[in-house]
Design a binder for this molecule. Sequence first.
Ligand code: CO8
Length: 262
Amino acid sequence: MKDFKNVLLEAEDGIATLTINRPKSLNALNSDTLTEIGEALDVVKNNEDAVKVLIITGSGEKAFVAGADISQMRDMNPIEASELSKLAHNSFGKIEDLKQFTIAAVNGYCLGGGLELASSCDIRVISSKAKFGQPEVTLGIIPGFGGTQRLTRLVGRGKAKEMIATGTMIDAKEAYRVGIAEEVAEPEELINKATEIAKTIMKNGLIGVGMAKYVIDRAADLPLDTAIDFETQMWSQTFATEDQTEGMTAFLEKRHANFTNK
Ligand code: CO8
């Protein structure tokens, strides 16, 4: 779709794949890579007709992303650290802001900024060989790309504090048990599994998929009554779409719906 230096962006049959592509550094995130992730997400956002679902994965067999680039961070001062963190927040925030559904296909080490990237996706499909951790305190820092917040929302305060304070890794089985991952696949089946989920989603009314994602993310931290009001407003808007008429008509006519996403 567009050429980059540190990431690959490809699209086929409505599914875009964004691959973090610095395998020699286990796909560590430096500022150039974070900038390119943001630019690639802009391409995805601006191509809603061609891209219905986005899969994010890592290059090579070993790592999804082994964290922020330690060689770049070692000599940074607090202002530079803040700039790097803002750059990551800008890029990761774009993942949540996409109307398209996002799937992290975690193919190996998913550490620090890597887990923060995966946590920004809508769901995580992981290899049975993947390993997860927030090892920042072993480097004398804390998670700075959202880990204290997004991981906590996934696994709860106790597990997040345990993972962050010990800095130790957990395996795929434990990641699935604590709610980091929605699906576990054998390494060679990982992309197939993510693609299968993407194709299932793409059969549905995608206005509804995007709206549901928006309501879940935007209302998650609101008081329940306010969140329910928000859901009601968005729900009622789906009745202004052609997809709602088609979906319900198809059900009543006992046929598959042919959604036009209008
Ligand atoms: N940054 C830079 N280079 C890395 C990173 C990284 N995060 N991870 C691996 N590499 C490099 C290694 O230096 C090595 O390079 P070289 O071949 O030139 O020596 C190459 O990748 C291969 O790595 P290893 O030889 O270490 O491979 P192993 O199989 O022995 O170990 C591990 C794999 C266990 C994944 C190990 O590489 C490791 O522990 N990596 C670091 C993991 C880590 O600590 N990640 C967290 C980084 S901090 C972070 O993400 C904070 C985010 C928020 C920051 C906010 C700042 C503003």
